[in-house]
Design a protein around this ligand. Structure first.
Ligand code: SAM
Ligand code: SF4
Length: 337
């Protein structure tokens, strides 16, 4: 590459500038959330997983092409042994191309890692927590780990990390408890984002049974609280309201009831180096082959160009019919939530 010519930014066929990478560092997890994966989830063979060096090299290639925000995810990113090293390596790019480095975690291991994440330059973490009820937590995640998660959130708060709580809204499960969760989180100074369950990968039950449109949740919350539209934006797909009574912010991610694809600025890479330009689409570019080729830089650049060519205009999720196949066979834990 000629030093005088900066690498081209990533712009897709619909003129969307791609600046946000969600990078899955593992598909493994210490929980088994029922809406995410089956108990007997088949994880990817370890030998297919990118090494720390490969993940780092790839991320640098993305930053070079104008990715300014990287979120590490999974699976559970904090179960990967060398993840903190990756955070430290990427943290060194903050202020030098990278503007923000964040992580989405289930929080079970956050107590051990919060200080190292903060030291490496992470400012915000998303912690997924669907309920404060221990029995329901165990039912939803198939593991009795609520106390560890709460300890993780407390540790993250203690080291000064901004915390956003992500909760999947589930009919007949955490539906009636959502106000308690929101009130608690806002009381602790954390934003909350609610998510509609998406049809990704086979699970044991049928997601139709617990699919809860967030429009209905919002209407129920409006009976209780005063919600006013907020201009707050994080670069993600959530739309926010301010809750007058709790003094906190509440986001809604509504892939099913309200399509947000027009403003999409994201791409996702799996832990085996498959780039999926759309969470809900089957389009894919293999970056591992590029990374392991004779000319990794040139091959990676070409693969990113190809990803921009094939990024679809929108996803076609629907949770309409009982027994229907998932929109995508890939679990959210593989593509990176
Ligand atoms: N293990 C980490 C966690 O739970 O935060 C990171 C990966 S997880 C796949 C990322 C987010 O995806 C979590 O907030 C989880 O609740 C959400 N999620 C998983 N499966 C989902 C599905 N089928 N529909 C909607 N959200 C889902
Ligand atoms: Fe694990 Fe996150 Fe999936 Fe739950 S949602 S099983 S914590 S990857």
């Amino acid at each position: 590459m000629n030093a005088a010519t900066p690498p081209a930014p990533l712009v897709d066929g619909f003129d969307r500038r791609i600046t946000y990478l969600r990078l899955s560092v593992t598909d493994r997890c210490d929980l088994r959330c029922t809406y995410c994966m089956p108990e007997a989830m088949q994880f990817l063979p370890r030998k297919e997983v990118l090494s720390l060096e490969e993940l780092h090299q790839m991320a640098l290639g993305f930053i070079e092409r104008g990715i300014t925000k990287i979120r590490l995810t999974g699976g559970e990113p904090l179960v990967r042994r060398d993840v903190v090293e990756l955070v430290q390596a990427l943290g060194r790019k903050l202020g030098d191309g990278l503007e923000e480095l964040t992580i989405t975690t289930n929080g079970t291991q956050l107590a051990q890692h919060a200080a190292a994440l903060a030291d490496a330059g992470v400012k915000r973490v998303n912690v997924s927590l669907d309920t404060l009820d221990r029995a329901l937590f165990e039912q939803l995640s198939r593991r009795d780990r609520l106390q560890q998660v709460l300890a993780g959130i407390a540790a993250a708060k203690a080291v000064g990390l901004d915390i956003k709580i992500n909760a999947v809204a589930l009919k007949g499960l955490n539906e009636t408890e959502l106000p308690t969760l929101i009130e608690w989180a806002h009381g602790e100074g954390h934003d909350v984002t609610l998510i509609e369950v998406m049809p990704l990968g086979e699970i044991e039950g049928d997601r139709v049974d617990h699919y809860l449109p967030l429009m209905a949740v919002r209407e129920a919350l409006e009976q209780r609280w005063t919600l006013t539209e907020s201009t707050h934006a994080t670069g993600g797909p959530a739309r926010y309201v301010d809750v007058a009574e709790t003094g906190g912010r509440l986001g809604f991610i509504t892939p099913l009831t309200n399509n947000f694809c027009a403003g999409c600025n994201r791409i996702r890479v799996t832990t085996t180096g498959q780039l999926y330009p759309c969470l809900g689409g089957g389009e894919m570019v293999d970056l591992r082959g590029a990374l392991r080729s004779e000319e990794p830089e040139a091959q990676l650049a070409a693969a990113l160009d190809e990803a921009m060519r094939i990024k679809p205009e929108r996803h076609h999720f629907a949770i309409a019919q009982r027994g229907a196949d998932p929109a995508q066979p890939r679990h959210m834990s593989v593509t990176g939530g």
